[in-house]
Ligand binder design. Structure first.
Ligand SMILES: C[S@@+](CC[C@H](N)C(=O)[O-])C[C@H]1O[C@@H](n2cnc3c(N)ncnc32)[C@H](O)[C@@H]1O
Length: 194
């Protein structure tokens, strides 16, 4: 583990965040000002809950964070968080969310497959998850809403970015300092503001 990764791991432990990934979202917010008080946020691939904790703080008591993962998310005991154990590939997810929560302000996806070690397989699955997040955003995000999606850079990356540009007017790519330098991950941040 590099010095860099130890630093954010230790910091997360000290500050009570469930994962070092929390700092990636904090750094994304610092740059793009994604969150406002009282918003409704959907957090896809939320386990163990580091991003959910950050979003919960940012939207405040009158906001809501809907944390979704196919894996178990241990209870966070936060009043403004709903936890759902669901697979985002399930075709009925948008309909379910729209019916229960209406349109939302921010869609986050830090989804990643369990790494198999076969790079092209892992990359393909990760791109499929990222595309799925955009599809869900098309279904449930308010017109002026924001999306933040993890994506692995590889052979399908350019096509994915082109697809995002067809859906959103403003598309940015950002690698937070807390993201390990050797990791292929980068975050796509988009909305429909000019
Ligand atoms: C890098 S972790 C997320 C870390 C989280 N953002 C945090 O801050 O604690 C990626 C997550 O994506 C989830 N995931 C992968 N495929 C999924 C799917 N099809 N549906 C829902 N969650 C999925 C995994 O179960 C895993 O928990």
């Amino acid at each position: 583990m590099s010095h860099d990764s130890d630093y954010f791991y230790d910091k997360a432990k000290k500050q009570g965040y469930r994962s070092r990934a929390s700092y990636k979202l904090l750094q994304i917010h610092e740059k793009f000002h994604i969150f406002k008080k009282n918003q409704e946020v959907v957090d896809l691939g939320a386990s163990p809950g580091g991003w959910t904790q950050v979003a919960s703080e940012k939207v405040g008591n009158n906001g809501l964070v809907i944390a979704i993962d196919k894996a178990y998310i241990p209870p966070l005991n936060l009043k403004n968080v709903d936890i759902l154990q669901m697979d985002i590939m399930n075709e009925t997810i948008s309909e379910y969310l729209k019916e229960r929560y209406g349109l939302i302000d921010v869609l986050l996806s830090d989804c990643a497959p369990n790494v198999s070690g076969k790079w092209s397989l892992d990359h393909s699955i990760q791109i499929m998850l990222a595309e799925r997040a955009i599809k869900i955003a098309e279904d449930i995000l308010k017109d002026e809403g924001w999306i933040v999606v993890k994506v692995f850079q590889g052979e399908q990356f350019a096509n994915f970015v082109s697809y995002a540009k067809k859906v959103f007017t403003t598309v940015k790519l950002f690698k937070p300092q807390a993201s390990r330098k050797r990791s292929a991950e980068i975050y796509l941040i988009a909305n429909n503001k000019s």
